[in-house]
Design a protein around this ligand. Structure first.
Ligand code: ATP
Ligand code: MG
Length: 230
């Protein structure tokens, strides 16, 4: 579904990575790993059209999205993309439910259905009944789970998750990966930048970013549940 062809990114004379080529299909989870500063977040930002690659193409259903105009970029972000940022990107001053309603597409949900989808997603992330609470009253881990619930309500075709488990305990880490896996099984393509061996082992393929040249190590289907953490 998303094809990355010979993608390179430099800042000035410094090349982060070059000739990165890989495909993420619907139903597939790709881990992006590499040392701090190797350019994992930058790669995700290129896929999310928040940063421009220096060379190469990113094809979404065949079309090179690096050449899209502003309007198409907005449409891509609204209709295709789900981003799980390190800082959650929630509206602090709004309630939990308001943050989720923002992404409940009117075309997909009637008002009652949106409320039901929101309640179900909050239940799934262990925040059932917390709709009316303000984001700034929640803990960091709870905010992270609201961001995950928002992703479930949005149902994007492509999920970009930047260290989604960085600040979480083991139980919540497992929950986040389980939910991303469910979304991928529902037909979504998922790309996760991570330092966690556990998260990496739960993905279908691993892209190692460590300066040029980059390589994709394909593995079989996902490792069995309960793989040891590293
Ligand atoms: N806009 C920018 N201008 C110049 N340099 C940048 C810019 N954005 C990122 N960089 C540099 O690119 C390098 C890669 O950053 P990036 O955040 O992608 O790394 P990362 O692999 O995600 O690291 P971490 O594991 O710590 O999150 C860093 O050295 C960073 O300073
Ligand atoms: Mg990063």
């Amino acid at each position: 579904m998303i094809d990355i062809e010979n993608l390179s990114k430099s800042f000035g004379s410094r090349t982060l990575w070059s000739d990165v080529t890989f495909t993420v299909s619907r139903g597939e989870m790709l881990a992006v790993v590499g040392p701090s500063g190797s350019g994992k977040s930058t790669l995700l930002n290129c896929l999310g059209l928040l940063a421009r690659p220096s060379a190469g193409a990113i094809r979404y259903e065949g079309k090179d999205i690096t050449r899209c105009g502003r309007r198409e970029i907005r449409g891509f972000r609204r209709d295709v993309l789900g981003y799980l940022f390190q800082n959650y990107a929630l509206i602090e001053n709004a309630t939990v439910a308001e943050n989720l309603k923002v992404v409940a597409k009117p075309r997909r949900f009637s008002r009652g259905e949106a409320d039901t989808a929101i309640a179900e997603a909050l239940e799934r992330v262990g925040l059932g009944g917390r709709e009316k609470e303000k984001i700034y009253h929640l803990s960091g881990g709870e905010q992270q789970r609201v961001a995950l619930a928002r992703l479930m309500v949005k149902q994007p075709a492509l999920v970009l998750a930047d260290e989604p488990t960085g600040a979480l305990d083991d139980a919540n880490t497992t929950m986040v990966v389980d939910i991303l896996r469910e979304m991928s099984e529902a037909g979504c393509a998922v790309v996760i930048a991570t330092h966690s061996g556990y998260v990496r082992d739960r993905c279908d393929a691993v892209l190692v970013v460590e300066g040029p040249p980059s390589s994709t190590l394909r593995r079989g289907r996902r490792a069995p549940a309960g793989t040891a953490r590293s």
